[in-house]
Design a protein around this ligand. Sequence first.
Ligand SMILES: O=c1ccn([C@@H]2O[C@H](COP(=O)(O)O)[C@@H](O)[C@H]2O)c(=O)[nH]1
Length: 228
Amino acid sequence: MTAPIAVALDAPDLETAARWATLVTPHVSTVKVGLELYLRYGPDVVASVRGASGVQVFLDLKLHDIPATVRGAARAVARLKPTYLTVHAAGGPAMIRAAVEAVPAARIAAVTVLTSLGEADLAALGIEGPAPDAVRRLAALAVDAGAQALVCSPREVAAVRAEVGPDVTLITPGVRPAGADTQDQARVATPEEALSAGADLLVIGRPITGAPDPGAAAAAMAAALRRV
Ligand SMILES: O=c1ccn([C@@H]2O[C@H](COP(=O)(O)O)[C@@H](O)[C@H]2O)c(=O)[nH]1
């Protein structure tokens, strides 16, 4: 049984991404293709990282535009059969609904407040905080619009779960093992804390892909989660 981890394959080239995917897929349920890889290599990247393993692919394109444009963009990637496709919740209900209608086979995951943003960033952006309140507001809006999954930080998972109930998949980036460098993430917690708080899928990138042996790092994190 693989761990509920989506490894963020934020690699500079396709060979590296495919190698990471091969190393981690025995241990994790999902690999995540983000903007860097998709914009550099296009749709073919999905087949390259999926390989023959049947691992779930999380297409993290964070669509954010008017509803008609997002509908078209979502339709364009439907044939890649992603398990998850992200949109920004801040695009609003009509935009989220357009994505949900365009790709019925995927779970549309609405990104609430990016995990790189802290309270001062929210204030500078004119978003009414604190972060857990902003996340809950956007989570409720997105689920009302049909989103089947939400992206938030591990720190907000329990509050979001209370808001949206058990059927919505809660996905948390901003995951760092105890003592690890937080890098550009602002709202973080450990893998064990994220899982205990009720996250369904933990997005973990650099703590795995930056390790000398990404396969061993993924195996160690999967083992740690099994102990929770
Ligand atoms: O709020 C968000 C939404 C998406 N991400 C993505 O998750 C990974 C995190 O990678 P790390 O190396 O573990 O920091 C990355 O691909 C982001 O684009 C996020 O971090 N926060």
